[in-house]
Every structure is written in C-alpha cells, then in structure tokens.
Design a protein around this ligand. Sequence first.
Ligand SMILES: Nc1ncnc2c1ncn2[C@@H]1O[C@H](COP(=O)(O)OP(=O)(O)OP(=O)(O)O)[C@@H](O)[C@H]1O
Length: 664
Amino acid sequence: MPAFDLDTELTAERRHLSESRAALARMRGRAEALYSTGDRVAGDAYTAEQLGRHMARRVKELADDPTTPLFFGRLDIEDAAYHVGRRHVTDDAGEPMVLDWRAPLSRSFYRASVRDPQGVATRRRFGFVKGELTSFEDEHLDRGEELGTSSRILTAEIERPRVGPMRDIVATIQPEQDELVRAEITDSICVQGAPGTGKTAVGLHRAAYLLYLHRERLRRSGVLIVGPNTAFLSYISAVLPALGEVEVQQATVEELVGRAPVRATDSPAAALVKHDVRMAEVLRAALWRKLAKPTEPIMVSDGSYRWRIDAEPLRRIVDEARRDGLPYAVGRERVRARVVGLLQRQSEYRTGNSPTDAWLRKMSKVAPVTGFLDAAWPAVTPEALVAEVLTDPPAGVLDDVERDAIRWAKPPRTVKAAKFTSADLLLVDEAAGLLEREPSFGHVVVDEAQDLSPMQARAIARRSEHGSITVLGDLAQGTAPWAAAEWRETLGHLGKPEAAVVPLTIGFRVPASVLTLANRLLPALGVDVPEAVSLRRDGELVVVPVAEPSDLDAMTLAEVTAALAHEGSVALIAADDAVERLRGHLAAAGIDNATADDVESEARVTVVPATVVKGLEYDHVVVHEPADIVDAEPKGLNRLYVVLTRAVSRLSVVHAKPLPGPLA
Ligand SMILES: Nc1ncnc2c1ncn2[C@@H]1O[C@H](COP(=O)(O)OP(=O)(O)OP(=O)(O)O)[C@@H](O)[C@H]1O
C-alpha cells in the first residue's frame, strides 16, 4: 500500500494545476493592463514604443494554451515539491508555482538518475488527456527506482498519433538530448542523428533554452532557424511559440540570400560549378583585381587654394587599406577618408583653421577625389560583379569546361536586366559579403545540414560569424549533388571547424519493423553513420506487389483508403512527376487531400513529392513505386531512405516494378 492515497494525490495535483492556470491568467491580465497604459506612463514616444513592444511580447508569451499542460512534471527535493512546466508561473506574492523547464533546477527533471540523483527523492511525470491531468507516474530515485525509457507516459507520448504541425517535447526530453539542448551558448555543435532521433526537436529546444538564458544578448542579435524548404518550416513553425518564444526568424537558405527574384534555372553542370567553394575564390579574385596602382597625383582647387597629393602617398594609402583586410566597400571608404584627411592637413597648415564638416563632406565628393577612387578602387555592386564573372568567367581557378558551363549564353544588356538563377543569388550573396560584412545572428540552428553546398554553408557562416551554431543532419539522408559524406568539411565551410560532432541514436519516430527495412539501404549509401535503434515496438510494415502495372494507381488508392480506417495522418509519397496524377485519383474518389505546405488543412491525407518530404512525419505512409523515386535522381537511394523513414506507425510500399536492389 503506498504511503499516500492515489485519488487524494491526483486531486491535489489537479488543484495545483487549476490554481496555476488562474495565476497565469492574472499574470497575463497584469501584463495586458500595463500594455494598455504603457504609452501613458512612458516619458517619450520612443520609450513608449519600446515598452509597448516588450509588453506585447510579454502578453503573447503568457498565453495559455488549454490543450497543452501547464506543467508536466514534479521534483521532490528535500521536502519541497517543484512543478516543472512550459514557463514560470508565480502566485500573487511572487512565489513560484511552476518552474520554467529551462530553469537551472529543472535540469534535474531530465538528468537525475539513480546513479546521480542530484538531490531528487522523487520524480513525477504527469499524464494528460486534452489538457486534463489524468494520471501520474513516480520514480523514487532515493529508493533506487528508475523507469528510463520504459516510462508509460513517455511511451504514450512517443506513440501518440500525429496530426497537424510538430509539437514540442519538453515533457519528455531524454538525457542525451538534454545535454545538447543545454549546451553552452559559446559551443557550436553538430548533431549526426539517424531519422527520427529528435534532431529537429533538439535544435528548436536549444534555441528556446538559449533565449531563456541569454535573453537580452540574443534579443539584440537574434536567433535564426534555417530549414530545407517552406513545407518543413511551416511544419516546425508552432514549436517555439508554444514554448513562449515568438521572436525567432525561420528561413530557407534561398530566402536568406534572396535579394532578387529567381528568374532562371541552371543546368545541373552549371549548378555544380556555382555551388563549388572555388567560386568564392573566383569572385574574390575578380573583385580585388579591380584595384589599380595610383599613378597620377590628385589636384583639388579650393577657392584661392590648390591642394595636391602625389601618386606615392596615394599608393601607400591604397596598399595599407588593402593590407588591413577590410571588406571591399569599407576599404574604399577608408581610402576616401585618408585622402580627405591629407587634404585637411594641408588646409590646416595653410589657413591655420580646422575645416568644417561641410568642407570635409565637400572634399570627399569633389571630382578629383572621386575620379581617383573610381580608378584606384572602383565602386562595384554585388550583382555587377557576378554579372561580370558570368559574362566572361575568368581563367585560373576554373578549367575551360567549368567556365563554359557557367558562361551566360546571352549576356543581359544591363545588370538590372540579368536573369539570375538561385545559385547566382548565392554568388551575389558571396559578393555582397566581400563588399560588406553581414550582421551576425547570436545563434543559428541549421537543419538538414548534410545537403548544404559549400557556397550555401558560407552564406550561413557570414550570418553566424560572431555567434554559435547548432548543425543538425544525417549524412545518410543527403540527396543534393553536393551532399556531405563527412561533417568536417561542411563545418569548415560553416566557419566552425572546431564544432564537436555528437551522435543521436535513439529513434522516437520510426517503428522497429520499418527501420529494419530502411536500414537495409544504409550500406549502399556510401556514408559511415550509426544506425538508429527504435524505441517503438508497435508499427506495421506492408509491402504490396502489383502484378499488372496498370493496376498500380488503383492499388495505391486502396492502401490510402485502408489507412484512413486508422487514427492519425496519412501521407502518400511518390516520385515528383506522379504527384499531380495521384492527387487527381484521390479527388475523383472523393478523398480530400492537401499539399505538404498546408499544415492547417483539415484533410487527413497529404500527397507529398519525394523531394519535399525531408524532415516531415506522418502516422501512416503509403509509398508509391519506390523504383521511380530511386530513378528520378542521382541520389535516389538516399531519397528512398528519407521516404521510408517518415512513418510513425505504419508503412505500406506499393510497387509494380521490382523493389530497388538492397530492398529486393
Ligand atoms: N524525447 C522525445 N520525446 C518524445 N518525442 C520525441 C522525443 N524526441 C523526439 N521525439 C519525436 O520524434 C519525432 C522525430 O523527431 P525529429 O523530427 O526531431 O527527428 P529528426 O532526427 O529531426 O528526424 P529526421 O532526420 O527524419 O528529420 C518527432 O515527432 C518528435 O516529436
């Protein structure tokens, strides 16, 4: 017989939950009241605006989502009980009722063990159904009891059906994940994890953790999440707001570098050259080649005076600015300032007066000075530099075949009229980085990083130069032509060669039976990565061979229909060129279906092109003709590995052609 009565205990916990909810509502009420009086109490318009922004964010942060539990755990430490939840809740006297999961004390909720109890006598996990507290589970660490991954509540959380966008995992972060989430802000880390090991979850929770611990610093510099496509970004978009973090930017690399619209596409050969790291060298050389040794003096008439600077000091100024390693445009302004400085010295010497600011401004723009600059250190725009390189790719770094591959067949008449491809915009971004420094984020999380090209990685490096990064990926899921085969090189391009590579191996998504099938592909993928071990013993795998190719679509439709009999989301994944046809079949059969971008859709079936499904997950996945998915691209087997590892509960593989080699 336990020392306490379960019902009484449950009732007490429910009471604490409702009292905490009420306290949170009062906190929000106070924040709202302050928000609405903000402009009256603030001294001036600027302070009012700042205060208004702060309070608006605070009000948003304090929103209570009735469908998620306000707390999910409790620690008993030396006769005191601490409830651990999504955010701090205090009573009217300021006493804590719920501790934020990121608070130092909460760490023990995730890390304490029998071996290292960290002062915790009992750890309690709560079970919830639709926001209602329905059960709890105790581990008496002081009595040597520990559940680990056999916790019923953890199992239920992992096995729950998936609907809608990704959810947070604060209630069940595992120790190996927690170590990454709570790594120091100065640490850049690279997480190599098999499918479904929680890489994305870890990255997002680390962002939330760092924002909590270093709020002021990161508010100024910002936190950025980089994902592979917009479908993925909308899938993860709800996680940070649910954790109270509403000010994190999310973008694809294309969006980061998208200063002009994409108006053309590259041939595969051209794209390969443009994504190659040697393009950085090509652009750098093309830019600095523009400097010319000054050979003429500068002569400026200024009223009745004439000033002169000889070619020799001008050469020195240019050389020094070059040696300082400044970005190009900054160097140009440095040279201008030094020239004006020399003119100023002459004027002071002759007139005995310090010149005015207006005089200095005038001198910096007089024709002899700008003429000298235009010859010795000409102004250039990033677009113009790239246009120049693509019009006539310089020899030296690239071979003739590569130069031909990227040469514009028909150069545009003006730079403005240039039709840039998405790879060109990366080059423009690289060029912009040579001209001026990008402001750096405080922390950047990069997901699916195995697919970054060197030039994409450099675009991210420019935005995280003074911050740290969390790199998430799986070499086995690399599908881009330039996908990494090992992490060191990518980390070098990302500007963090020293980042530790840490593996995650416990799989929370894919059931063991499905993982066993997908793992058969691993030896053929040409990378050396640890396999995931699935925590999930449930799950089903069905392979449906179709004898008559003309029956393939109908059999696929039948599998989707059968899947709908179960709870949860259903994805039909096919080679990209089959997607429209299959959507047509579903529509004709009256089955409502959505595209992967549309996370708000009510439709239970999503039809996803194989090239878009990375990072996503569905309860039931129907894969249509794997051989076509493999044949569609050079890294088709890697793509198939991604596709097969999207299923949370059930996977059906429907095929008329023979299954690809390793699966047959
Ligand atoms: N500690 C955990 N508790 C409960 N669920 C978890 C935990 N860790 C991960 N999950 C769940 O497992 C699933 C997979 O996680 P996530 O998408 O982060 O994996 P991933 O490693 O990024 O996968 P992929 O490589 O396929 O993109 C998600 O539904 C996530 O919520």
